[in-house]
Every structure is written in structure tokens, then in C-alpha cells.
Design a protein around this ligand. Structure first.
Ligand SMILES: Nc1ncnc2c1ncn2[C@@H]1O[C@H](COP(=O)(O)OP(=O)(O)OP(=O)(O)O)[C@@H](O)[C@H]1O
Length: 259
């Protein structure tokens, strides 16, 4: 199959039969999902359930063993390497759990944001710097820090800088891997608030992987619950969390949320 049929109601991202094993060990198995424009899909599950494997396959960090990934009707797995890189630099963004994986730590904050614009084709230095300043402001980093390196930033600031770097090109689809993981609770809350505002204002479609039910309750329109590499339950976030049907989802929800 080279392309997926598009209609007005077509999802932005469509995944079918996605499977990835590591030797004999299942990473994820026969995953089907779709994400519509402007929609946030949360993927939850305990450690080892296959969330990161799935996200990495979608992002092109891992090659799946089988399956289809469609973006706007195009078969992403059939794209050439330059086409794939171009997609990741413009239409898509990936936010890593550890900011250092998504930033260049020896490049200034402004450079980190500007670099992605340049990778997308921008050339006018003054405009690039202006966009970088605007984006630092949007993620609540003092523009006076534009020439500082991320090594001089706190964990929360680094994560906000990574978000600015990802969003500066105005992507339509953002893949997030535990974006608030490893941060202090108060820092997490502020970051989540910021993310929620940006996602809504920019109308971003998001796939967010987390083991934190609080994060998806705040951000996700729909949820997919994974266990042992498979999806065990999916639906609207409030429905899944307030009325979980699958025994595993019930356990997952009750172990985190006060009853
Ligand atoms: N590089 C690898 N080599 C071998 N097995 C792996 C590798 N990466 C993941 N796995 C296995 O694949 C399964 C799914 O792991 P994955 O990391 O995708 O789960 P996860 O839900 O993202 O967990 P976590 O939240 O801990 O990252 C697990 O059994 C894991 O041990």
C-alpha cells in the first residue's frame, strides 16, 4: 500500500498493524491508531508496555517490522530519507523526556531555536533572531538569556527551550515522550500549563506518551492504554479514566487517582 485514502474527515496521522520486536521480545504489536488535526492523543501504560517503542517507530527513530504509518494520506515509511528528515524539521516535532536529547547543549538558547528555523529554510539573520526572542518569551524564558547556553538553565527551562525549538517552525504534529518526566512536581505543573496553552492556541495535533495519569487528564482528548505491547483500551479521556472497562485500566487508574 503506498497511500491511504483521504477524505475531509481524514486523520492527520494513521497507524495500522504496527509491530516491532527486539529479538524474541515484543516491543509493540499490531497497533492501530489515528490522530485528527488539533487533537491530543495520550498513550498510557506502565513501564515496558511498549509506549516508547510505538512513538519511536512513528518518529522514525526505530524501523517497525510491519505496519503502515500514514500522514496526510502519505505512506511515511515509503518516504526517502531526505523527505523524512524534511517532515521532521517542518511539519513534525519531537519532544524528548530529557531536554539534552532534543537540544544542542553547546549552542546558545537563541541558536537552538534559530537552528531549526534555518534547517527549515530560513536565512534572514534578523528575522531568525527575532523569532527566537519571540519564542523564548512564549515559553517564559527571559529574552535576555538568548545568548546563554542551555547548560546554564534549570531542568524546567531546558525543557521549555526544547519546546520552543520544536514549535518554532509551526509543526502540525508533535510527538512527546514523557515531556514532564523527571521534573519537580511544581515545575511539572507549570510546564503542563504552558504546554496546554500552546497546544490549544496553535491547534496542534499531539501524541503524548506518559505513565502519569494526571498529565493525560489535563492534556489528552483521547487515550490509548497499552499493556505488554498491545492496546487494551481506547476512548475519550474522561470516559476511560472515569469509567475504565478493562481490568488493567481499572488497576492503572485506581493506583494513581484517589477514589
Ligand atoms: N532496545 C531494546 N532492546 C530489547 N528490548 C527492548 C528495547 N527497548 C525496549 N525493549 C522491550 O520492549 C518492551 C517495550 O518497551 P518500551 O520501552 O517501549 O516500553 P515503555 O512503555 O515505553 O516503557 P518505559 O516507560 O519504561 O519507557 C519491553 O519489554 C522492553 O524491555
Amino acid at each position: 500500500m503506498t497511500a491511504l485514502a483521504m477524505t475531509e474527515e481524514s486523520p492527520l496521522l494513521q497507524v495500522r498493524g504496527l509491530t516491532k520486536s527486539y529479538g524474541g521480545r515484543t516491543g509493540c504489536r499490531d497497533i492501530a491508531m489515528e490522530v485528527y488535526p488539533g487533537e491530543v492523543l495520550g498513550i498510557v501504560g506502565e513501564s515496558g508496555s511498549g509506549k516508547s517503542t510505538l512513538l519511536s517507530c512513528i518518529a522514525g527513530h526505530l524501523a517497525p517490522d510491519a505496519g503502515i504509518i500514514g500522514y496526510e494520506g502519505r505512506d511515511v515509511l515509503a518516504l526517502s530519507e531526505p523527505e523524512r528528515r524534511r517532515l521532521m524539521r517542518t511539519d513534525w516535532a519531537f519532544i524528548h523526556q530529557h531536554a539534552r536529547d532534543g537540544l544542542r547543549m553547546n549552542v546558545s538558547a537563541g541558536g537552538n531555536v534559530g537552528e531549526r528555523l534555518m534547517a527549515g529554510g530560513a536565512r534572514h539573520y534578523g528575522q531568525i533572531r527575532q523569532s527566537a526572542e519571540d519564542w523564548l518569551d512564549r515559553v517564559e524564558i527571559d529574552a535576555a538569556r538568548i545568548d546563554d547556553r542551555p547548560t546554564a538553565f534549570s531542568g524546567g527551562m531546558q525543557q521549555r527551550l526544547q519546546i520552543a525549538r520544536g514549535l518554532v517552525t509551526g509543526p502540525r504534529l508533535v510527538l512527546m515522550d514523557e515531556p514532564t518526566g523527571g521534573l519537580d512536581v511544581s515545575v511539572q505543573a507549570r510546564l503542563l500549563d504552558l504546554l496546554r496553552g500552546l497546544v490549544r492556541r496553535m491547534g496542534l495535533a499531539v501524541v503524548i506518551v506518559t505513565h502519569d495519569i494526571g498529565v493525560v487528564r489535563l492534556l489528552a482528548d483521547r487515550l490509548m492504554v497499552m499493556r505488554h505491547g498491545s492496546v487494551v483500551e481506547a476512548g475519550l479521556t474522561d470516559r476511560v479514566l472515569d469509567d475504565p472497562q478493562h481490568e488493567y485500566t481499572q488497576l492503572l487508574v485506581s493506583s494513581v487517582l484517589p477514589t
